[in-house]
Design a protein around this ligand. Structure first.
Ligand code: 2RA
Length: 352
C-alpha cells in the first residue's frame, strides 16, 4: 500500500507553502495524508489534492502508522516531537534548526547529497536553513566539478525568513512610510514608524526594515557573529562534506517580502571559467541561469518569488583571485529554502 505522509505545522507560514507544493506536484506517491498542528489550529479544514482534511492536534498517537512526518515548526517543537515521531516508526524530515548539526542526523539537499538520506540512525533527516539552502544547488553543482575551497558570501534576506511576523511587520512598516518624504534625514524612518504606533520592541527585526537594510539576521553568538552567519558556515561544510571548508558570511535583512539573495565569492581547487560555470548551471535541472547584463537580465527577488529553482546570474571570473567566481543567487526562501526541499526529501523516501 502507499505510504502515509504527515505534515506537522500545517497552518504556519512554511506549512501553508508546503500545502501549495503538495497540491502542485505532478506525481503523488502517498496514500493517507495527515495534517497536524498545535491544539489552537486543530479542527481547521484544508484541502489537499481535492480532499478536504481536518487539522488534528499534535499528540504522540497521531504518528502511529505514519511513514514520513515533515516538520515545519519552531526549533523547540521539533526538538521535542521529531524523536517521538521517529519512536513511533515515522522518518521525521525536520525543517527546524534543532538537529541540523547532530552527527547522527543527515543534513540533506537532494541534488547535492541524496546519498545521505539512507544514513539516519535517529530516524531524523534535517533540512538546511533557508540562507544556506538558497545557494546550495548552485554551489553543489560547481563543487562536483571544480572542488570548492573557499566561500565568502553576503546575504540579502527577505522578511519572511522571520515567519509570518516578519511579513506582517514589513507590510505595516511599508504602510507607515508610504507616500512620505523619508530617508533623507537620520532617524526619520524610525520617527515615522513610531508615529504610526509601530514600536521597535514590537518588531522581529532589530531596526526599521522599510527604506532600510539591516546587517543582522538571527541571534548573537560569540565574537560578534550572528547565528545565521555561523549556520551558513557549519551547514555548507556538512552538506558538501568538506570539514575544513573556509567560509565567511555577512547576513543582511532587506525589505523584500520573500526570496533570499546571496552574493557569492567562491574559490575552487581547479581553474574554472565563466563559460564552464554557465554550462554546469544550464545542465542542473534545479538551477536557472538569468545572466545577460547587456539586456538588463539578472535574477531579482521580485522576479523569481514563487518559483522552485535557484536562479543564478552576474557570473564573473574574479579579477584578482585565481580559480574564483563571483555570482549572484536568488531562491524563494519558503519554497526551495524550506518547504520544497523538505518535500523533496520526503518524496525520495517514498520512492525508496
Ligand atoms: C531567516 N534563515 O531568514 C532565517 C529563517 N530560518 O531569518
Amino acid at each position: 500500500s502507499k505510504p502515509t505522509l504527515a505534515l506537522v505545522g500545517a497552518t504556519g507560514a512554511v506549512g501553508t507553502v508546503m500545502i501549495d507544493i503538495m497540491n502542485g506536484r505532478k506525481e503523488w506517491p502517498w496514500g493517507e495524508v495527515r495534517l497536524i498542528a498545535s491544539p489552537r489550529s486543530a479542527g481547521k479544514k484544508i484541502t489537499v489534492r481535492g480532499e478536504e482534511l481536518t487539522v488534528i492536534a499534535l499528540a504522540p498517537e497521531v504518528f502511529d502508522g505514519v511513514d514520513v512526518a515533515m516538520f515545519d515548526v519552531p526549533d523547540e517543537v521539533s526538538a521535542q516531537w521529531a524523536p517521538i515521531a521517529a519512536e513511533r516508526g515515522a522518518v521525521a524530515v525536520d525543517n527546524s534548526g534543532a538537529f541540523r548539526m547532530d552527527a547522527d542526523v543527515p543534513l540533506v539537499v537532494p541534488e547535492v547529497n541524496s546519498d545521505k538520506i539512507a544514513d539516519r540512525p535517529r530516524g531524523i533527516i534535517a533540512n538546511p536553513n533557508c540562507t544556506t539552502l538558497s545557494m546550495m544547488a548552485a554551489i553543489g553543482a560547481l563543487h562536483r566539478e571544480f572542488q570548492l575551497q573557499e566561500l565568502v558570501v553576503a546575504s540579502y534576506q527577505a522578511a519572511s525568513g522571520a515567519g509570518q511576523d516578519g511579513i506582517d511587520r514589513l507590510q505595516a512598516e511599508y504602510a507607515a512610510v508610504a507616500g512620505k518624504d523619508l530617508g533623507g534625514k537620520a532617524g526619520d524612518v524610525r520617527e515615522a514608524l513610531a508615529a504610526a504606533g509601530l514600536s521597535q520592541e514590537g518588531s522581529p527585526f532589530p531596526a526599521p526594515l522599510a527604506l532600510n537594510v539591516i546587517p543582522w539576521a538571527g541571534s548573537l553568538k560569540e565574537d560578534g557573529w550572528a547565528s545565521e552567519e555561523l549556520k551558513v558556515r557549519n551547514e555548507s561544510r556538512k552538506i558538501l562534506g568538506i570539514e575544513d571548508l573556509k567560509v565567511s558570511a555577512t547576513c543582511v535583512r532587506v525589505p523584500v517580502v520573500t526570496t533570499h539573495s546571496l552574493a557569492v565569492h567562491a574559490r575552487f581547487a581547479e581553474p574554472v571559467t565563466v563559460e564552464q560555470a554557465r554550462a554546469i548551471f544550464s545542465a542542473q535541472p534545479s538551477v536557472v541561469l538569468v545572466d545577460d547584463p547587456e539586456k538588463g537580465q539578472f535574477p531579482t527577488p521580485a522576479d523569481v518569488v514563487g518559483g522552485d529553482p535557484t536562479y543564478v546570474g552576474r557570473i564573473r571570473q574574479a579579477l584578482d583571485f585565481p580559480n574564483t567566481l563571483d555570482f549572484f543567487v536568488c531562491g524563494d526562501n519558503l519554497r526551495k529554502g524550506a518547504a520544497l526541499n523538505t518535500y523533496e526529501i520526503a518524496e525520495q523516501l517514498a520512492k525508496r
